[in-house]
Design a protein around this ligand. Structure first.
Ligand code: ZN
Length: 381
């Protein structure tokens, strides 16, 4: 387990993820707020966890993981960095050797949002325009993230309205917001962004879905992808690398990629329909799923926790299929021609670490958003 005291500058009370009910009607009406629907819409064992004194009860937290090889270990590697402005974020080991590259995966730590934490807790870094948070807070948080990554809070941030598609948006000229708010105009729909334009950050929002960042070391181009299960089935990452070849002449051997924090196989129970979709698309689909054993001792001991975990029509009680979205996206990077050593997995399972990440599943849809950003320095070396 992560020891929070080892990474914080200041002692702070543990954060308590809000477990209030989701408000799907509101969420659907808000641009950029649809990104986690495909992760959160199906019940999973972890949804019935007990919250004890602001932290997840350990006995409950282990539910559904006993027989699984998690996509991440419980230890965070690397530890998150803490920027002078308080923003905690992950960088990719080795990427600091690419002098022209900006990049980072945010956490929930830092920022000014009060909507998802306990009253006495410090503010949080919600980077999505969610129904519960003030717009001004999100704009401020985005500036703080830009400052943490680039040193300049005014660095333009380009985002998309994420729609669980394989639609890719390629940025040519710099995107400038006439109202002075970076990256909010014009709105784009899609789940992948790429550019060779220096001086801006591309941002993908997640709260369980898988963010993937890619950089072309030779051609100096960058990309960011949003991969929930639907986007993964539609090969957003594989198609995205293909588009980089077209747009920038990228060669796979020059690409490096990082898969950021998302819900790992330990916590990602899915319905049979998801399994069928993957089976229809990928020859290696069977390698991406694990059946959780119904003889799990935790299930036997706490049967009540499993009675309500699945919506009608989903798999039978007592067992479940768990999908490894991280491995699925790693396979797409490999199929696109990247070398295994060029692909890194950074962070940890969002559902297992509520003190560090927003999790759509872990909070039943009422949560903030993290952001994964990548860009090219204005005055690259
Ligand atoms: Zn997990």
């Amino acid at each position: 387990m992560l020891d929070p005291s080892s990474k914080r500058r200041l002692d702070s009370p543990p954060k308590s993820p809000d477990s209030g009910p989701a408000d799907p009607e509101t969420a659907l009406n808000i641009p950029e707020n649809e990104s986690e629907n495909d992760i959160g819409e199906m019940g999973g064992p972890s949804e019935e966890r007990e919250l004890v004194r602001g932290r997840w009860n350990d006995s409950a937290r282990g539910v559904g993981r006993s027989h699984l090889r998690p996509g991440f270990s419980d230890e965070l590697s690397p530890a998150p960095a803490i920027a002078p402005n308080g923003v905690e974020w992950f960088s990719v080991p080795g990427w600091e050797e690419i002098p022209w590259l900006w990049h980072g995966f945010s956490t929930r730590c830092g920022g000014v949002t009060r909507a998802y934490c306990a009253e006495q807790a410090p503010g949080e870094l919600n980077l999505g325009f969610t129904a519960e948070d003030d717009r001004a807070n999100v704009i401020r948080n985005r500036q703080l993230l830009a400052e943490a990554i680039t040193g300049d809070s005014a660095t333009p941030l380009v985002t998309v309205r994420q729609i669980h598609s394989s639609v890719l948006v390629c940025e040519g000229p710099p995107i400038m917001d006439p109202a002075g708010v970076p990256g909010e105009w014009p709105p784009h729909k899609g789940d992948g962004l790429m550019t060779s334009q220096p001086g801006l950050l591309l941002g993908i929002q997640t709260a369980d879905c898988i963010p993937v960042l890619v950089a072309d070391r030779r051609r100096k181009a960058v990309a960011a992808f949003h991969a929930g299960w639907r986007g993964t089935v539609r090969r957003i990452v594989e198609n995205g690398i293909g588009r980089m070849r077209l747009e920038f002449g990228s060669q796979p051997e020059d690409l490096v990629a990082a898969i950021g924090p998302g819900v790992a196989q330990c916590c990602y129970a899915v319905g049979e329909e998801v399994h069928s979709e993957f089976e229809s698309q990928f020859t290696y689909a069977s390698e991406l799923f694990r059946e959780v054993d119904s003889s799990d001792p935790v299930r036997t001991r706490y049967p009540i926790m499993f009675l309500t975990q699945r919506a009608p029509g989903h798999s039978s009680l007592g067992s479940g299929l768990h999908l490894d979205l991280i491995e699925a996206n790693r396979r797409q990077l490999l199929d696109a021609g990247l070398q295994p050593r060029a692909i890194q997995v950074v962070g940890a399972c969002t559902n297992c670490h509520p003190e560090l990440f927003f999790s759509h599943r872990g909070s039943r849809g009422r949560c903030g958003r993290m952001m994964s950003v990548i860009g090219i320095r204005q005055h690259g070396l």
